[in-house]
Ligand binder design. Structure first.
Ligand SMILES: Nc1ncnc2c1ncn2[C@@H]1O[C@H](COP(=O)(O)OP(=O)(O)OP(=O)(O)O)[C@@H](O)[C@H]1O
Ligand SMILES: [Mg+2]
Length: 404
């Protein structure tokens, strides 16, 4: 198909499928982005004029598929005109490819027509973006859509997969674990399996659709939190989880009260010195002007808190994580999600951390853990939500301008 490139059998099955909707669930490192790029490139190279849209949960992921497509086109001898800013687009012959993220409800996607839409890591893209934004783009053109992803519980991606298993004509679907990629090293798989819990490995590499009783944040609560449209009002507060050894420094900024709140910003940094972590967090916080910032000071003590205060964040305060404190924080976050009081952003790292956050086995009491998957963003979010005022306090605090 492309000089020097040979799809593995699973990739070939996907490329051969002709159904208008294709659902491909596979493990990490299976070659998902690669086969998406191959599919996009071959569509762009057909004689007819084609508009293709490549969607991913984040800009970085959309750009990965875009760059891989450029490589395939060049390999086929084509000379695409490529533009990467303000957003990736390429033209080859009469055909065109846009690569976009699904952030902000897909506002950057609306109003286009497409002959082919491919969604990388589709289980991490909100269902509403697929149904209300992407599907209508295919109506005029009779176009096709391909959803490719590692599973994230029994969400809409799973339901489409199931429909494909029953139907097979309108929807083609296939599930394939990472080890079906013959290029993947067994040593790497063994190492990964030793780094994560059995359930995490079954999902991330075995491509299984699992929702478990041990999950703290149920998939349907999280998905519903992505669909909420709560008002943009109330106080702004933030939570910070400092990086220790191999993990990330994470920051979550939330607006509202415990009755109704909205995640408005989420950031994480890795590999920074203590001083740079403080600087990065302080700069980000200045953009949002939170009235309260709660930081995890377990193991890092007061110096970081003092440095943050000195860097211009006067409202920073610290909490020490005992097992009880952590449990209260996490249960408060879970309750807000269960009761539909918190609107989330479709950040793929946050969704992955929430999905894998588990109650420890009964033998270890009610402790919470997240196996080897990072939990920095969940902790930062739990701290931010903890910092929110309750509804009554919020009403008093935000009506300050009217008081004398
Ligand atoms: N058919 C193929 N021939 C040669 N190399 C391949 C093929 N398929 C995938 N690869 C290579 O395998 C690696 C993993 O592929 P890719 O990034 O597409 O996997 P993925 O499933 O998207 O991974 P992730 O879960 O990390 O997003 C890449 O280095 C890619 O170039
Ligand atoms: Mg990929």
């Amino acid at each position: 198909m492309f000089a020097g490139w040979c799809p593995h059998p699973g990739q070939q099955a996907f490329l051969n499928a002709t159904a208008p909707v294709r659902v491909l669930a596979c493990g990490r490192r299976w070659g998902k982005t690669e086969v998406i790029a191959a599919e996009v490139a071959r569509t762009l190279l057909t004689a007819a004029e084609r508009c293709v849209l490549l969607v991913a949960p984040s800009n970085e992921q959309a750009l990965l598929g875009f760059e891989r497509t450029v490589e395939f086109l060049r390999r086929a001898g084509a000379r695409p005109i490529v533009r990467r800013t303000p957003a990736p687009v390429l033209i080859v012959g009469n055909s065109r490819l846009w690569a976009r993220s699904a952030i902000r409800g897909g506002v950057y996607l609306r109003g286009r027509k497409a002959h082919l839409i491919v969604v990388d890591e589709a289980a991490y893209v909100p269902e509403a973006v697929v149904n209300e934004v992407l599907m209508p783009m295919l109506a005029d053109t009779g176009g096709k859509i391909a959803l490719v992803s590692t599973p994230r519980g029994k969400n809409y991606f799973y339901r489409l997969y199931q429909q494909g298993q029953e139907d097979g004509v309108r929807i083609w679907s296939m599930r394939s674990p990472s080890w079906h990629n013959p290029l993947l090293s067994p040593t790497m798989l063994l190492m990964q399996s030793s780094l994560m819990s059995a359930r995490q490995f079954q999902v991330e590499y075995g491509a299984m659709f699992l929702d478990a009783a041990e999950q703290v944040f149920r998939t349907e609560w999280v998905d519903r939190a992505l669909l909420l449209n709560l008002p943009d009002e109330g106080l702004v507060v933030a939570g910070v989880d400092w990086a220790r050894y191999r993990d990330y420094t994470a920051l979550a900024v939330v607006r509202g009260s415990r009755a109704a709140a909205k995640l408005i910003a989420l950031r994480r940094w890795q590999g920074l010195s203590w001083a740079d972590q403080v600087q990065a967090v302080a700069e980000h916080l200045k953009m949002h002007q939170p009235v309260r910032v709660v930081c995890d000071r377990t193991g890092v003590g007061d110096p970081l808190l003092e440095a943050l205060q000195a860097a211009g964040v006067p409202h920073a305060e610290g909490v020490v994580f005992t097992a009880r404190v952590k449990q209260n924080l996490i249960e408060n976050l879970a309750l807000m999600l269960e009761q539909g009081r918190l609107q989330l952003l479709p950040d793929p790292h946050l969704l992955n951390e929430l999905y894998h956050f588990e109650f420890a086995p009964a033998s270890r009491g009610t402790q919470l853990h997240s196996g080897s998957v990072h939990d920095d963003l969940v902790i930062a979010l739990a701290l931010a939500v903890w910092a929110l005022p309750n509804a009554e306090a919020s009403a008093i605090l935000t009506s300050g301008t009217k008081r004398t």
